[in-house]
Design a protein around this ligand. Structure first.
Ligand code: HC0
Ligand code: SF4
Length: 567
C-alpha cells in the first residue's frame, strides 16, 4: 500500500494504482474524455488534471502512479480553471449540434461542459468538413463531432483486434483508405460506438421510425421481441444497478409505448438449441464438418464471411434466435392469427448493433421478399424511446410476454452470457444422446470471463470436446490455432463482444467498472430461478414441433429456421 492525501483526507491505495483509479475508488470525481478503464491510457484530452504536491504543477491523473506521501488535490481553483480552459478549447472545435445529435443527454462532453459551467468563449475553430458515413445499417459516423480521444480506435484494435479504425493524418480516426465503413472488413460489432464519449460514432438509430410507427400504426400489428441480455442491462438507464432484472418492466414499457404483442427471443433461443443440438449430433454421427461453430452472433458471422471464408461450412446453419423469431412471426404466427405478413411489423430489441445488419440480410427475407425483422433497436435505443415518451420505467407494474412465442426456459436466458449457448446446448444434447440428464446443470467450465474456455464432456463413449471464445481479439487467436491444427474441438461457441451479449455494443454505457460481472450474475440468477432449465422441456417448443415442424431439422424447419452464408 501507498499512503497519500486526497483533497486533504488521508487515503491509501495498492502500489502501482493511477491517481484516476484511486480517485474513482474513493468517489472523488476527476473529469476525462479519453480515459476508459477497459482501454490503454491515451493522454489526449488533458482534462484529468490534478495537483500532487504543494506546488501548482499539474499532472494527468490517468497516467500518474500514486507515490507515497502525495498530496493530491482535484478541486483547487488552479485545477478547475485549467479544466475549464481545456474544455472550452475542445468546444471551440465541436459542431455543437446537440439538438439533433443521437448522443444528446448521454454525451460525456455535454455533461462536463454543464458540470464545469464552461462558456463557449473561444472563436470557432473551423475544421474541414468530413462527409458523414451512413453506409452501415449498424453505425453512423459523423467524424466532425470527433474530439480526438481515440477510444474508438483502441476499442477496435485492443479489444476486438480488428484494426478498422486508425488515426488519420489530421488526427481524426479513419477507415482503411477512408472508405465507407460498410465496405471495409468492419464487423459492425459497435464497440467503437460503445466507447465513443460523444456523438461521432453512434448506432444507426431507428428510434424516430419506430416512434412514428407506434403513433401512427396505419393498420399494422406491431410485434416486439426482446433479446436475453437486454433484461439485465436496461435497468441501468433508469437509475437501477447493472444486473437488476427488469424483464417484466421492459415488457410493460413496450406495451405502454404501443407495442401490440411482445414475444421473447428466448423462446427461439430454446428452439435454436433443439435445431443446433440435433445438427451437432447429426454431424458427429454422419461425418459432417467439425468443429461446428455456433451461428447466433452476427458480428461473428460477419467475421467468418470476411476473414475466415474457408470456415463457412463449419458454421451451424441455424438462423440466430432473432432470425428464427422474426421468421416464425411472419411465416407462422401471422397466418394463425389471420393477419397478412405484410401487415405485421417486427421490432426487435437487442443488445447489439450488428443485429441491425443481420436484419437486412437477403437470406432472411420471406418468400415474397419482405424483410422479416423490420427494425432493430438496441437496449440504449429502447431506453431512449421510453424516456422520450416519459414512461416511468422504475415504477411500472410488471407485465408478461404474449404466448406461445413468449415461453422460455433458464437455458434460453443464459444465451446472453459467454458460454451460455454451449451450456444450454449441452443440457439438451447430453440428455438426448444419453437419455439421462447431465450430472449437473450448472456447467461451470464454460462460465466466466476467461477469453478461451475449453472443456471435455463425457458423452457416453465419446469425449465431446468443446470450446467457448468471446471478444474478437481472442477469436482471432483461436482461429489462427485452428488453422494451424493446434486445437481440435467438436463444437465451439463464438461471441464477438467481451462477456457475450451482455457486453454488446448496443448495451447501456455503464459508468461502473464491474457492470459486466453484475449483468452476468443477473442472467444466471434468472436461470437459477426458472423451474424449467432445459430447452427441450419448454412446453411451447414441444407444441410447435407437434403441431408444425414435426421434428428438428425437418423440411419445414430447414425452410424457416435455417439459413446460408455469403462466400
Ligand atoms: Fe444475443 Fe442471441 S444471445 S445473439 O447474444 O443466440 O444480440 O442477448 O438475442 O439472436 O437469443 C444478442 C443476446 C440474442 C440472438 C439470442 C443468440
Ligand atoms: Fe471496429 Fe467493431 Fe467499430 Fe467496426 S464496429 S469499426 S469492427 S469496433
Amino acid at each position: 500500500f501507498v499512503k497519500f492525501t486526497l483533497n486533504g483526507k488521508f487515503a491509501q491505495a495498492t502500489k502501482g494504482t493511477t491517481i484516476i483509479e484511486a480517485c474513482r475508488t474513493n468517489d472523488v470525481f476527476v473529469p476525462t474524455l479519453c480515459y476508459h478503464p477497459n482501454l490503454s491510457v491515451n493522454e489526449e484530452c488533458n482534462l484529468c488534471l490534478v495537483e500532487t504536491d504543494r506546488t501548482q504543477r499539474l499532472s494527468r491523473a490517468c497516467s500518474t502512479i500514486i507515490q507515497e506521501g502525495m498530496e493530491i488535490v482535484t478541486n483547487s481553483e488552479n485545477v478547475v480553471n485549467s479544466v475549464k480552459h481545456n474544455l472550452a478549447m475542445i468546444l471551440a472545435e465541436h459542431p455543437k449540434e446537440c439538438t439533433t445529435c443521437e448522443s444528446n443527454n448521454r454525451c460525456e462532453l455535454q455533461d462536463l461542459v454543464y458540470r464545469f459551467g464552461v462558456m463557449d468563449k473561444f472563436p470557432r475553430k473551423q475544421r474541414e468538413y468530413i462527409p458523414k458515413d451512413y453506409s452501415s445499417p449498424s453505425l453512423i459516423r459523423d467524424m466532425n463531432k470527433c474530439i480526438k480521444c481515440y477510444r474508438c480506435v483502441k476499442a477496435c484494435s485492443e479489444l476486438q483486434g480488428m484494426d478498422i479504425l486508425t488515426i488519420g493524418p489530421d488526427g481524426i480516426p479513419m477507415t482503411p483508405k477512408n472508405k465507407e465503413i460498410y465496405t471495409t472488413k468492419c464487423i459492425n460489432c459497435g464497440a467503437c460506438s460503445f466507447y465513443c464519449p460523444v456523438g461521432a460514432i453512434t448506432e444507426n438509430s431507428q428510434v424516430r421510425e419506430v416512434s412514428n410507427l407506434l403513433k401512427n400504426k396505419n393498420g399494422k400489428t406491431i410485434v416486439f421481441q426482446t433479446a436475453p441480455a437486454t433484461r439485465v442491462a436496461i435497468s441501468e438507464e433508469f437509475g437501477m444497478e447493472p444486473g437488476d432484472i427488469s424483464t417484466g418492466k421492459m415488457v410493460a414499457a413496450i406495451r405502454k409505448l404501443g407495442g401490440d404483442v411482445v414475444f421473447d427471443t428466448n423462446f427461439t433461443a430454446d428452439l435454436t438449441i433443439m435445431e443446433e443440438g440435433s445438427e451437432l449430433l447429426d454431424r458427429i454421427k454422419n461425418g459432417g464438418t467439425l468443429p461446428m461453430f455456433t451461428s447466433c452472433c452476427p458480428g461473428w458471422i460477419n467475421l467468418v464471411e470476411k476473414d475466415y471464408p474457408d470456415f463457412i461450412p463449419n458454421l451451424s446453419s441455424c438462423r440466430s434466435p432473432q432470425g428464427m423469431m422474426s421468421s416464425l412471426i411472419k411465416n407462422y404466427w401471422a397466418e394463425r392469427m389471420g393477419i397478412k405478413p405484410e401487415d405485421v411489423v417486427v421490432v426487435s430489441i437487442m443488445p447489439c448493433t450488428a443485429k441491425k445488419d443481420e436484419a437486412v440480410r437477403d437470406q432472411l427475407k420471406t418468400e415474397q421478399g419482405l424483410q422479416e425483422t423490420d427494425y432493430v433497436l438496441t437496449t440504449r435505443e429502447l431506453a431512449k424511446l421510453i424516456k422520450l415518451n416519459k414512461v416511468k420505467f422504475a415504477s411500472l407494474k410488471e407485465s408478461e410476454y404474449n404466448n406461445p412465442l413468449g415461453e422460455s426456459t433458464g437455458a434460453a436466458v443464459i444465451f446472453g452470457n459467454t458460454g451460455g449457448v454451449m451450456e444450454a446446448a449441452l443440457r439438451t444434447a447430453y440428455e438426448i444422446a444419453l437419455e439421462k440428464p447431465m450430472p449437473t446443470l450448472n456447467y461451470t467450465p464454460v462460465r466466466g470471463f476467461k477469453g478461451i474456455k475449453e472443456a471435455t464432456v463425457d458423452f457416453g463413449g465419446i469425449d465431446l470436446k468443446v470450446a467457448v471464445i468471446h471478444q474478437a481479439s481472442n477469436i482471432h487467436e483461436y482461429m489462427e490455432k485452428l488453422k494451424n491444427g493446434e486445437v481440435g474441438h467438436h463444437f465451439v461457441e463464438f461471441m464477438i463482444c467481451k462477456g457475450g451479449c451482455i457486453g454488446g455494443g448496443g448495451e447501456p454505457k455503464s459508468k461502473t467498472s464491474d457492470y459486466l460481472e453484475k449483468r452476468m450474475k443477473g442472467i444466471y440468477k434468472i436461470d437459477d430461478d426458472f423451474k424449467i432449465r432445459k430447452s427441450h422441456e419448454n412446453e411451447a417448443v414441444k407444441q410447435i414441433y407437434e403441431q408444425f415442424f414435426e421434428h428438428p431439422l425437418s423440411h419445414k424447419s430447414h425452410h424457416l429456421l435455417h439459413t446460408h452464408y455469403k462466400d
